[in-house]
Design a protein around this ligand. Structure first.
Ligand code: CA
Ligand code: CA
Length: 194
């Protein structure tokens, strides 16, 4: 490509991003190269369709939802800093995460990972996963493998198990409790970072 991006110093705000996300210089560099490849018109901004070139996402049954999680509501493009901040959710959780002066939990904490995952279900962003929203995700993920009847019963069981206050929807707290023992790191690994 001949571009001279082989030093992290050439990347705008690289130091701040490293501090904020915990990514190493090598990670940031790698992500920058990735970003530049996706940024076909070289305007420093990605649109949702630019993510189509990411094979891991194109092959993921809920890839569309993951892509839309990169964009805040009403936003049509994402710049490099936002791109890195979203990807930080996919960094493995560290056991010792307390960093001096950190204003909020790092993006790779268990809670923030769970929030990210929750948001993939909660499409209307009302803070609850409704039966319909759950069915949409299950349908996308299981698709042809199961009948509509089986889908309904899987959704029913998931709601019954998670819905502690019986409002027929899954709140974030309920979602978190139901996944208490789940290996979130493993589930939320995307090969984006290698
Ligand atoms: Ca909802
Ligand atoms: Ca509930």
């Amino acid at each position: 490509m001949g571009s001279n991006s082989s030093s992290v110093n050439n990347i705008p705000n690289a130091q701040e991003l490293m501090q904020e996300t915990g990514f190493s210089a090598a990670h940031i560099l790698r992500l920058y190269e990735r970003f530049e490849c996706l940024d076909k018109d070289k305007r420093g901004q990605l649109r949702p369709q630019d993510f189509g070139a990411v094979r891991e996402l194109a092959m993921n049954p809920i890839g569309d939802r993951i892509i839309s999680a990169f964009f805040s509501p009403g936003q049509e493009t994402v710049d490099f800093a936002s791109f890195v901040r979203i990807l930080a959710h996919f960094r493995p959780t560290e056991t010792n995460q307390t960093r001096d002066g950190a204003k909020q939990e790092p993006a790779n904490s268990r809670t923030r990972k769970l929030k990210f995952a929750f948001q993939l279900y909660d499409q209307d962003r009302d803070g609850k996963i409704s039966r319909v929203e759950l069915l949409q995700v299950l349908r996308a993920m299981l698709g042809m493998q199961v009948t509509e009847e089986q889908l309904q019963s899987i959704a029913e069981r998931a709601i019954q198990e998670a819905d502690l206050d019986k409002d027929d929807a899954i709140s974030f707290d309920e979602f978190r409790k139901s996944l208490e023992k789940a290996d979130i790191d493993h589930r939320m690994s995307i090969r984006f970072l290698r």
